[in-house]
Write a protein that binds this ligand. Structure first.
Ligand SMILES: O=C(O)CCC(=O)C(=O)O
Ligand SMILES: [Fe+2]
Length: 360
């Protein structure tokens, strides 16, 4: 069975698109990181933000399934509270991420992502599609980060590994719960998503086909000229859904057609859940794959931790949503079927044009 790392192995990166800037050494913005001002500051006003906030949903609320279904349809993103994962676990992950990014640059480079690799330290994967670099450094984990962090802390990597592995287990449980609930709202039956059932241990005698997951630690150092910088350029996630923790510093914005860039303000202990391309396809475009970006600031470093959750790489994704009422049964599929690994390849080569390639 192929894995997420295999899916990326066929799409090597140019070495120029791996190594982050040494942010600790820069006092002024290098031209390589200066973006056109209009690409950075066209967000909506504070008043508009108050009248149109990204929904905050309490998972313990009896109406949560309905509210989540609505939020997926209108926004493609929501904040989730009362999700059962304690603030102390989340803070522990943020603390370990902070410890990693605080290491001297030459140390962090020992865990650099290789051109064919999917994991380790490096710039954002979307970097090759933009002429300017982002004010960002990242560290990608798939399963155990031990091979990389052994290079960073030869005698003391156990704690980092335990915290990250434990967090991924918790995220997986939450992602499965949300996926069931969302598929239920689309009237997609459990039989059609057997890969999800097999992650539950109920997959019968066939070998377990597990979800593809990755944990992405992000750091956005404080910036000498934030109005000319871009933390993370506009993109959609490839995943089915992404569960994101953001530190208490503003930065994440989602694009709302007709409104503009809307801030997703940090809410202590809440996760931002956003719909990725794969759920957009499965929902036959009923759910938007939210375009989002990150802006930076001049005084504080910002961290985020994104958990990307997708079906197994061999799973063939097709529009499973056929309408909520029997009258809608002959809804036309908007996308052709595509294996997860094929779609990862299309995205690696074409970024946001990947969807138009599989449009029917
Ligand atoms: O830092 C954030 O808030 C967003 C990160 C993100 O979009 C990503 O890692 O794909
Ligand atoms: Fe993202």
């Amino acid at each position: 069975m192929s894995t997420l790392s295999d899916a990326y192995r066929n799409h090597p990166l140019h070495p120029n698109h791996i190594v982050p800037l040494d942010f600790s050494a820069v006092r002024t913005m290098p031209d390589s990181h200066v973006w056109q001002p209009e690409s950075c500051v066209d967000d909506i006003s504070f008043e508009e933000l108050l009248s149109s906030p990204v929904p905050v949903i309490d998972l313990a609320d009896a109406n949560a399934p309905e509210l989540i279904g609505q939020a997926c349809e209108t926004w493609g993103v929501f904040q989730l509270v009362n999700h059962g994962i304690s603030l102390s676990h989340i803070e522990e992950v943020e603390h370990e991420a902070g410890r990693l990014f605080a290491l001297p640059t030459e140390q962090k480079l020992k865990a650099l992502r290789t051109p064919c690799g999917a994991t380790g330290y490096g710039v954002a994967r979307i970097t090759p599609f933009f002429s300017k670099y982002m004010w960002h450094e990242g560290f990608t984990i798939i399963g155990s980060p031990a091979d990389h962090v052994r290079e960073l802390w030869p005698h003391d990597h156990g704690r980092f590994c335990d915290v990250m592995e434990n967090y991924q287990k918790k995220m997986k449980g939450l992602a499965e719960r949300l996926t069931r609930l969302i598929f239920d709202s689309l009237k997609i039956s459990e039989e059609e998503i057997s890969w999800l059932a097999s992650t539950n241990g109920s997959g019968g005698s066939s070998p377990p086909s597990t979800a593809s997951t990755a944990l992405q630690l992000n750091s956005y150092p404080s910036c000498p000229d934030p109005n000319q910088a871009m933390g993370l350029a506009p993109h959609t996630d490839t995943s089915l859904l992404t569960i994101l923790h953001q530190s208490e510093t503003n930065g994440l914005q989602v694009f709302r057609p007709g409104l503009g860039w809307v801030l997703v303000p940090p809410v202590a202990g809440a996760f931002v859940v956003n719909i990725g391309d794969i759920l957009h396809i499965l929902s036959n475009a009923r759910f938007p794959n939210t375009l989002h970006r990150v802006v930076v600031n001049g005084s504080r470093q910002r961290f985020s931790v994104a958990y990307f959750y997708s079906p197994p790489t061999d799973y063939v994704v097709s529009p499973l949503y056929k309408g909520l009422n029997s009258g809608e049964d002959n809804i036309i599929p908007r996308y052709r079927s595509v294996a997860v690994k094929e779609y990862i390849g299309l995205k690696a080569k074409n970024l946001e044009n990947a969807l138009s390639i599989i449009r029917t």
